[in-house]
Design a protein around this ligand. Structure first.
Ligand code: ZN
Ligand code: ZN
Length: 165
C-alpha cells in the first residue's frame, strides 16, 4: 500500500516528515510526502471553519491513490461543531487537523496527531468505531484522544494486515 501525505495550510515540515515515518512504521505502508497546499479549501465564513468534506473531495481529485491531508485549520463536518479528522469509509481520502491537537510538549502533540491519523486511515480500510481498547475508538475531546490506545485491536489489526497485501 502506498500513502501520499499532504500538508495543508501552515503545518511544519518536520511534523509532516515525522508523521510520514511514523505511519510507515506502524502501518507497514510506503508513505510519500507530496507537495502541500498553501490555502485550505472549503472555508465557511459563517462558521469561521473549513469543511472537512470539501477537503476530502479536493484531495481525492488531486491524488490518485490513498491520501492523507494534514490541515492546520479548524475543520468541521455536520452535525458536529468540529472534528479532529474525517475519512471516506472504504475510500481513498482522509484528513486530520492539527488545530485542536496542539500541546506545549511536542511529544504529546505528535502522539495525538499519530493516533488521529491512524484512526482516519483505519476508516479508509473499512474499519468502524470500536469499543475495545483500540485506536479506532471514537474520541470527541482531547481527554478521549489522550486516553485511547495507540494500537489497533486484534480484529482491526487483521484488517490492517490484509491491506499490506
Ligand atoms: Zn472515527
Ligand atoms: Zn478495534
Amino acid at each position: 500500500m502506498r500513502l501520499s501525505l499532504v500538508g495543508i495550510g501552515r503545518v511544519e515540515g518536520d511534523t509532516l516528515e515525522w508523521l510520514c515515518g511514523a505511519l510507515s512504521e506502524v502501518l507497514g505502508w510506503r508513505c510519500r510526502l507530496e507537495e502541500g497546499m498553501e490555502v485550505c479549501p472549503g472555508y465557511n465564513p459563517l462558521r469561521g471553519q473549513y469543511s472537512a468534506e470539501v477537503v476530502l473531495w479536493t484531495l481525492s481529485r488531486r491524488h490518485t491513490g490513498r491520501v492523507l491531508g494534514v490541515v492546520s485549520e479548524d475543520i468541521y463536518a455536520e452535525p458536529m461543531n468540529f472534528v479532529f479528522g474525517l475519512a471516506e469509509l472504504r475510500g481513498r481520502a482522509a484528513v486530520v487537523s492539527t488545530f485542536r491537537l496542539r500541546h506545549p510538549e511536542r511529544r504529546r502533540f505528535r502522539e495525538r496527531l499519530l493516533k488521529e491519523a491512524l484512526h482516519e486511515l483505519g476508516h479508509t480500510l473499512g474499519m468502524r468505531h470500536c469499543t475495545s481498547p483500540c485506536v479506532m475508538s471514537f474520541s470527541n475531546s482531547l481527554a478521549e484522544v489522550d486516553e485511547k490506545s495507540m494500537e489497533f485491536c486484534q480484529e482491526h489489526l487483521r484488517m490492517l494486515r490484509q491491506s499490506r497485501g
